[in-house]
Design a protein around this ligand. Structure first.
Ligand code: AMP
Length: 361
């Protein structure tokens, strides 16, 4: 399908978390329907989507029925098994494409891809055994971080190695999964660029946000990031290079370390991204609508920023601040409808406008 979707047509979304919830709301605003496919019961997106299928990613019958019921498929969760995607792709286009998913599902493939297109990453080496780890440590040095190649998120599946004594426990923490060792980047700050590419090859980048993590989980994103105009331009260039190289359609989140004016790419997420939630309060279009537009074949919007803004995640018990935040003028509260607040679980977020744009843009 290369024609744009018409209002009333349906976008299928794999994954029913908060990102799917916010994508569903953006789609509804444009008169497009969303059908969520999610294995877990009562997902956050189920409350806002037109239709919900609750079935596992190996239920061929449910996947086929889902694919038959939609006009295009996108995802808010990267780790969808390849067999499920094969089944869907035989019936309906998947945006962003399969190559993108395969690349982003595996840290080794992702880093290799980034190096191949001329971009910088932390030094890395594959580690499957104790002997590999010893060799990788000799090559990369310490401090370094051992990460599972697949299925890691929010700092999970990672172990820091400060000296050789940490190595056995780090390897044990991988639970036998294939891993990579990454050199520790002594960064000044972390930024991310939320960018989009449309069916007509247009590329549109949101202003880079500056991210602060706590315990491996995003805590705040502040825009604008405290970076030079030249670094900002290079960050846009990097996002554009990745989008073009992947022949990408949709919104991407590219996380980068800024280290004395060098930009080192940590990873990219082939979907809307937590560090792009600020766009709802601070720009003329938000990342969710931009993604819906891209996958529906609609024109992208130039994502001009009109305000300085800070987004704060509400994690676990932070949900208890709901009443206070609701009393705050100018604070935009988003709750994800999750019944149980577990430690480390993203329950919602708040965006606060800090004032009109203070610099470039
Ligand atoms: P990740 O899951 O790979 O995005 O890592 C989560 C967070 O851990 C990052 O946002 C950084 O704050 C930190 N981190 C990950 N990899 C590195 C690295 N190679 N050097 C320094 N910090 C890192």
């Amino acid at each position: 399908m290369t024609k744009p979707l018409n209002p009333g047509q349906t976008i299928g979304i794999l994954g029913g978390g908060q990102l799917g919830r916010m994508l569903s709301m953006a789609a509804a605003r444009l008169g497009l329907k969303v059908h969520i496919y999610e294995p877990g019961a009562n997902p956050p997106a189920g409350e806002t989507a037109h239709r919900l299928t609750t079935a596992s990613y190996d239920d061929a019958e449910a996947l086929a029925a889902f694919a038959e019921s939609v006009d295009v498929v996108t995802y808010e969760f990267e780790n969808v098994p390849a067999a499920a995607l094969d089944l869907i792709e035989a019936r309906v286009p998947i945006r962003p494409n399969r190559q993108t998913l395969a690349t982003s599902q595996d840290r080794l493939a992702e880093k290799t891809f980034l190096i191949d297109i001329g971009l910088a990453t932390a030094p890395f080496a594959t580690v499957n055994t104790e002997a590999d780890l010893a060799q990788a440590l000799a090559q990369i040095g310490m401090p370094s971080i051992l990460k599972t190649r697949r299925l890691g998120y929010d700092g999970k599946g990672q172990a820091r190695i400060n000296d050789r004594h940490d190595a056995p426990a780090a390897l044990a923490a991988m639970n036998g999964a294939d891993a990579i060792l990454e050199g520790f980047v002594n960064f000044d700050r972390e930024i991310s660029v939320i960018a989009a590419r449309g069916l007509d090859d247009t590329i549109a980048c949101f202003e880079p946000g500056e991210n602060v993590h706590k315990d491996g989980i995003l805590d705040t994103t502040r825009v604008p990031a405290d970076i030079s105009a030249a670094t900002r331009e290079r960050a846009f260039g990097i996002a554009g290079t990745i989008l073009t190289a992947l022949d990408y359609i949709g919104v991407i989140g590219v996380e980068m370390f800024v280290s004395s004016d060098n930009l080192i790419i940590n990873e990219f997420a082939p979907r809307v991204h937590n560090s792009g939630h600020w766009t709802e309060a601070g720009a003329v279009i938000d990342q969710f609508e931009q993604h819906i537009r891209a996958v529906a074949g609609w024109p992208l919007v130039d994502p001009l920023r009109h305000s300085d803004v800070e987004m704060t995640n509400l994690i676990g018990d932070d949900i208890n601040q709901t009443h206070d935040i609701a009393c705050e003028t100018g604070a935009r509260l988003h709750l994800y409808g999750k019944a149980e607040a577990r430690p480390g679980r993203k329950m919602g977020h708040v965006t606060r406008i800090l004032g009109p744009v203070t610099d470039r843009n």
